[in-house]
Write a protein that binds this ligand. Structure first.
Ligand code: AR6
Length: 176
């Protein structure tokens, strides 16, 4: 049987272009759009995404909610809200891990075979990139070890520097 980590792929590029069952959005608690990856997803999906988001009554930090993908190649968007980095002593790591776990739970509940994540909280929310990569890799690996779905999880980054961090943490996992 293949290792869980063989189901994790690192991709450098624009998440809005990915033809997967679900892409994850690094949103804010209002779920009504913003900058960064959130803005890119809303622009690519079209206004209907915002209309559906308005019905969701926001989302707590560390939680996730799902919508359709509208004009995106992805069938669904899973909106999660990462923590704002405040130095690490405000439960940030646990909240970030929860974003990955709750998003994957929603993916399973909606029969998603492939899911792509951006590097949640590492932009405007200033989470240190190496620490965020570690949380993402460990949480995703732990989840897929215990679940058949999703078959593939894509860790999508905008730049090669972030991709390197993911690959390093995946390699460390492979040593165990
Ligand atoms: N595809 C893949 N990754 C992207 C893309 C893209 N199209 N665009 C940006 N990134 P951020 P956060 C990367 O700031 O830190 C919004 O205003 C980017 O390089 O989008 O969780 C929300 O509404 C970075 O590594 O999200 C919230 O208010 C990562 O995505 C707030 O920003 C996340 O950066 C959320 O902040």
């Amino acid at each position: 049987m293949s290792k869980a980590q063989d189901r994790i792929q690192v991709h450098t590029g624009d998440i809005t272009k990915l033809d997967v069952d679900a892409i994850v959005n690094a949103a804010n608690t209002s779920l009504l759009g913003g900058g960064g990856v959130d803005g890119a997803i809303h622009r690519a999906a079209g206004r209907e995404l915002e209309f559906e988001c308005r019905m969701l009554n926001g989302c707590n930090v560390g939680d996730a909610k799902i919508t359709k993908g509208y004009k995106l190649p992805a069938r669904h968007v899973i909106h999660t809200v990462g923590p704002v980095w405040q130095g690490g002593g405000k439960g940030e790591a646990g909240l970030l891990a929860s974003c990955y776990r709750r998003s994957l739970e929603l993916a399973v509940a909606n029969d998603c075979r492939s899911v792509a994540f951006p590097a949640i909280s590492t932009g405007v929310y200033r989470y240190p990139k190496d620490d965020a990569a570690k949380v993402a890799v460990y949480e995703v690996n732990d989840f897929i070890k215990h679940n058949v779905l999703p078959e593939i999880v894509v860790l999508c980054c905008f730049d090669e520097a972030m991709a390197k961090l993911y690959r390093r943490h995946l390699a460390i996992l492979g040593e165990y």
